[in-house]
Design a protein. Structure first.
Length: 218
């Protein structure tokens, strides 16, 4: 290598590092944005928290943590999701939640959200999915009309917000999914009795299969 080639090589290397430093200053120092948290769904003893898509920019996500009333929950928050369902809450009780996002650029906290779980008389948190029936009509149509009357909701498929699967026959993919996710599978009369008594009813007496009394609390 001649001295001229060596000098040119040094200049090229210097230009490369200068360019990299310029790029880093322009694009690499953009900090992540604080996450935005809100409540998606609430019942008497559970709720679903949801957050907007995380804006990490050039940073990498290390972990997500949920805090309830200032205390970190042990429940794991998967990095590939934007919501989490929390159960075992007290009836008619106020809570405050926030999300902590840990990244390679540091730690960022979300807004605080306050939420009160429903009273037993509040039926609006019920979200029903329909399973297998011996004869689906007019039962399902009647159930949907009743849900509208009490201010509750129904979905075609089981989601994270589904509170009960209403069915007459213990079979089918929805039934299996409900069992896997510990969602009570109840007879249509459960909903009728909720409306009649003007408050949410225990699920156990209306199960379409026999289960131990300790399997569910509601």
């Amino acid at each position: 290598m001649t001295s001229v080639q060596f000098t040119v090589g040094r200049l090229d290397a210097g230009m490369f590092w200068d360019l990299e430093e310029t790029i880093l200053k322009k694009y690499g120092e953009v900090e992540p944005e604080n996450p935005t948290l809100h409540v998606r769904h609430t019942t008497q003893t559970s709720l679903t928290l949801e957050w907007e898509p995380l804006k990490l920019h050039t940073a990498e996500l290390r972990s997500l943590e949920i805090y309830k009333n200032g205390t970190k929950l042990a429940q794991h928050v998967p990095a590939n999701t934007n919501h989490i369902k929390l159960s075992g809450l007290d009836v008619d009780h106020e809570y405050e939640f926030h999300l902590v996002m840990k990244t390679t650029s540091g730690q960022y906290e979300s807004n605080r959200v306050k939420v009160r779980t429903h009273k037993m008389e509040d039926l609006t948190g019920i979200v029903v999915t329909f399973g297998e029936f011996q004869q689906s009509e007019p039962v399902i149509s009647e159930m949907k009309a009743l849900l509208d009357k009490i201010g509750a909701a129904w979905t075609e498929e089981i989601t994270h917000d589904t509170t009960h699967l209403i069915a007459q026959v213990p079979r089918g993919s929805k039934y299996e999914m409900a069992l896997t996710n510990s969602i009570p599978v109840v007879k249509p009369d459960w909903l009728v009795q909720c409306d009649k008594n003007k408050k949410i009813q225990p699920s156990l007496p209306y199960y379409i299969v026999s289960v131990p009394s300790s399997s569910f609390n509601a």
